[in-house]
Design a binder for this molecule. Structure first.
Ligand code: SIN
Length: 287
């Protein structure tokens, strides 16, 4: 059982903190759990080093924060279907899973609350993950822009990631590692409308809810009408000063709050293997 005080060390000004003084193979007592959850709310993405955990312990940690869910389009481990292996082999060349700015599964009615990603095999250099603070992205907008966006909604689909009608997607899927089983499905094409500015249910803070890969247009507007403002918001939401970059080592863990961040997995390590295990914690409908 973990019982001591955790140490929280920010890694950047915008977001991200390493948590020390904790062993995630052991159960968290209530005080430690509360401290970790507070660190997640304060820093949006938290990192742990040198953790040796089994799939069951990985799931148990996730379940402290909510219900865990299986991925709708990519197959989990045979022994633990709720754990998604995220793999790129040394001989794989093109797409890596998550190698584009996104907030996970924003085209679902209830996108995940968060993800816990555990590194099993990482390249010596490269394969970092970049995170962006979407509260900061919202707060940096002018009051006039905030006023314009309040009440606006966006239409999301999973077409670019998992849509069956998009031949480019099919090609892209084929380029994912054969070690991953990623499916192309028709239901990924369905449209889902979410607010552009969402309120975090725990912190009450407002953030910009842009997932660059899934957002299609503003609700009630055409793609052409939406394009200029969407382009501005996508670019604004990845300004370097809103980001942090995590350098993985074997047995590191990243736990991000998917409701107020986006992330991007760098694909700069061809010729090297990278294997992660991901546990997804269910979320609520954005409001
Ligand atoms: C993901 O988008 O979940 C993958 C992130 C990563 O592999 O760094």
């Amino acid at each position: 059982m973990n019982g001591g005080e955790i140490e929280v060390r920010p890694i950047a000004n915008a977001l991200g903190a390493e948590i020390h003084g904790i062993d995630l193979s052991k159960e968290l007592d209530d005080a430690t759990f509360t401290a970790v959850r507070q660190a997640l709310h304060d820093h949006l993405v938290i990192f742990f080093r040198d953790q040796t955990i089994t799939p069951d312990q990985h799931l148990a940690f996730g379940r402290r924060f909510g219900e865990v869910e299986t991925h709708a389009y990519a197959k989990g481990l045979a022994s633990h279907p709720e754990i998604l292996p995220v793999i790129k082999e040394a001989e794989d060349r093109a797409a890596n899973f998550g190698g584009i700015w996104h907030s996970d599964v924003a085209f679902h009615e209830t996108p995940p609350m968060g993800q816990i990603l555990y590194a099993l095999d990482v390249p010596e250099a490269g394969g970092d993950t970049i995170f962006v603070n979407m509260y900061r992205a919202y707060e940096a907008l002018s009051d006039t822009m905030k006023g314009l966006l309040s009440g606006m909604k966006a239409v999301h689909t999973g077409q670019r990631s998992y849509g069956a009608s998009n031949s480019q997607v099919t090609l892209r899927q084929e380029k994912f590692s054969k070690s991953m089983d990623v499916k192309v499905k028709e239901d990924a094409e369905e449209e889902m409308v979410h607010p552009i500015v969402r309120t975090h249910p725990a912190t009450g803070r407002k953030s910009l809810y842009i997932s660059a890969i899934s957002i299609q247009r503003f609700d009630g507007m055409t793609k052409e009408e939406s394009r200029p403002l969407l382009r501005f918001l996508k670019e604004h939401a990845r300004r370097p000063e809103f980001t942090c970059q995590f350098r993985w080592k074997r047995h590191s863990i990243a736990f991000w709050d998917n409701r107020c961040t986006q992330h991007y997995a760098l694909n700069d390590y061809h010729g090297h293997r990278r294997e992660m295990h991901r546990v997804t914690i269910a979320g609520e409908r954005p409001f």
